[in-house]
Design a protein around this ligand. Sequence first.
Ligand SMILES: N[C@@H](CCC(=O)N[C@@H](CS)C(=O)NCC(=O)O)C(=O)O
Length: 213
Amino acid sequence: MLTVHHLGKSQSERIVWLCEELGIPYELKRYTRDSVTMLAPPDYKALHPIGAAPVVTDGDLVLAESGAIVDYIIAKYGDGRLVLRADHPDFAQFLYWFHFANGTLQAGMGRLMLLNRLKLAHDNPMLVATKARVDRAFDLVDARVREAEYLAGSSFTTADIMIGFSLTTMRYFQPYDLARWPNVVRYLGRVGARPAYRRAMEKGDPGMALLLS
Ligand SMILES: N[C@@H](CCC(=O)N[C@@H](CS)C(=O)NCC(=O)O)C(=O)O
């Protein structure tokens, strides 16, 4: 049985969402962050040497890293759904946005969160450059979802699932005013209305306000 180990308010919400979109059987185990450090608790850290969410177990397999887990679940249980094949005209877009989500947007927001915690001067060059790069990432997403319904094009794919956390729940840790990016807000309205997203959030983080605007 596939088990999704979900750390509250974390990137593992992607995996719960993916399982709900696919409608596959899975067991959900929830863990709570340490209230002071906000880090994963010891029993979560013991699951995998990296000690970070998400982690899934499936039989003897223990797998971490969002992208790897998403690809694993799609390959084993997806039956061709939520991905574009290499012969699809939007295949390269799909790949780009799938990897952009964690490789650029989430990485940038994480760096910004840490720099902000250092209480640097507002004109600190690293802070200014990092903020500019995250703004640029939001600009790119906004332009993409102005021209396309979803990141890969007309189909909802795992690229949308990968980016969801950074546009929403991540803003509990690194607040980001989306006023400058109205197409991102409209896009969040589209994906945030999906029944599978609603179910996943309610199962993973019951009662959490969804940051969709
Ligand atoms: N690139 C990794 C990032 C993993 C990561 O940083 N997870 C955070 C949750 S958002 C975490 O576990 N934080 C708690 C901790 O490090 O103890 C992935 O996508 O799986």
